[in-house]
Design a protein around this ligand. Structure first.
Ligand code: SF4
Length: 312
């Protein structure tokens, strides 16, 4: 696995996929997901998706060039009358810079809309602004969830060096909220001793409220062997190497960490998450996932018609 903390641009390569829509399950929650890309230029040190894909996850981005066509075929042949909300995307950021070159996410979203499939986009990019009109005309059936982990630029530059600053994300959210698109923020992962301070959580919640976010939720970092190696480097770069021992206590492991996943101490995590919820409620926002995101009747009335796919 390459280090996340590099400034080199990744290389891009197109590849073809046999299937695009897949079921997923995380912490007891399941649904459907599409990933138009493999790999991610956002280079988050805590990224959970690095395990599942290539060892050059941050440095080589594969574009699934036939993703829109495959998605259309899969939806046309969908078994059943309803379809669950589709997560765009679970193992990559669908609006990372590669999207400006390939436009696969935009095309896939157009296909989802054609079949009346509900979807929620998870992103930490401002590139999604290009598609604001596309999402706005489908606002009853979609949700955009921005992932914001730190308002501190010192922390963001180390932890997720390929992402825009939080203030830039809040500008994008404001535009979407003003256009009537439901907007949520996922404060995930919260990094113990790095982003779980009162000041950092206050700054995130304040930014959400001012940008017009309606729902804010979050989760503590889950630890895994490769993530721990990167997190030790994060702590060193931030000048808090001494926090490493506290991490080993909070996650209950000894070096080397081989376990697939370990969770943060329950009481510590609950204190932080309760604190976040309290701040969100006091700011007049909801801590739940929006309930307009449920299964919808799939619409095949335009079957056989060509989908007009466009980048603009
Ligand atoms: S944006 Fe998501 S997929 Fe991309 S590196 Fe960060 S956590 Fe991983």
């Amino acid at each position: 696995m390459s280090l996340w903390y590099r400034t080199d641009a990744p290389t891009y390569e197109a590849k073809r996929s046999k299937s695009i829509i897949h079921p997923f399950s995380v912490k007891g929650y399941g649904g459907l997901t599409i990933n138009p890309y493999q790999g991610c230029q956002h280079r988050c040190a805590y990224c959970y998706a690095t395990y599942e894909w290539s060892p050059d996850f941050y440095d080589k981005i594969y574009a699934k060039s036939n993703a829109p066509e495959v998605l259309e075929k899969e939806l046309a042949a969908w078994k059943g009358d309803t379809i669950d909300p589709v997560m765009v995307a679970s193992a990559t950021d669908a609006y990372q810079p590669a999207e400006l070159k390939y436009g696969l996410t935009r095309k896939c979203v157009q296909i989802l809309q054609k079949y009346n499939a509900p979807y929620y986009v998870f992103t930490k990019s401002s590139i999604i602004e290009r598609d604001i009109e596309l999402h706005a005309r489908y606002s009853r059936n979609c949700l955009v969830v921005w992932s914001i982990t730190a308002c501190s630029e010192k922390v963001r530059r180390v932890v997720e060096p390929g992402t825009p600053p939080a203030r830039r994300i809040y500008q994008a959210i404001r535009k979407f909220a003003d256009a009537g698109v439901p907007c949520a923020v996922n404060v995930d992962p919260i990094l113990p001793l790095v982003t779980d301070t009162e000041g950092e959580l206050d700054a995130i919640v304040r930014g959400c409220r001012d940008a017009g976010v309606s729902h804010v939720f979050g989760a503590m970092l889950r630890m895994r062997g490769d993530i721990w190696e990167r997190m030790k480097a994060v702590l060193a770069l931030l000048g808090v190497e001494s926090a490493a021992e506290r991490y080993r206590q909070l996650y209950g492991f000894k070096e080397p960490l081989n376990a697939s996943y370990v969770s943060c101490d329950r009481q510590y995590a609950n204190n932080i998450l309760d604190c976040l919820k309290e701040k969100v409620r006091r700011a007049g926002m909801s801590t739940d996932f929006p309930d307009h995101m449920g299964p919808k009747k799939i619409d095949r009335s335009s079957l056989g018609q060509t989908t007009m796919l466009s980048y603009t």
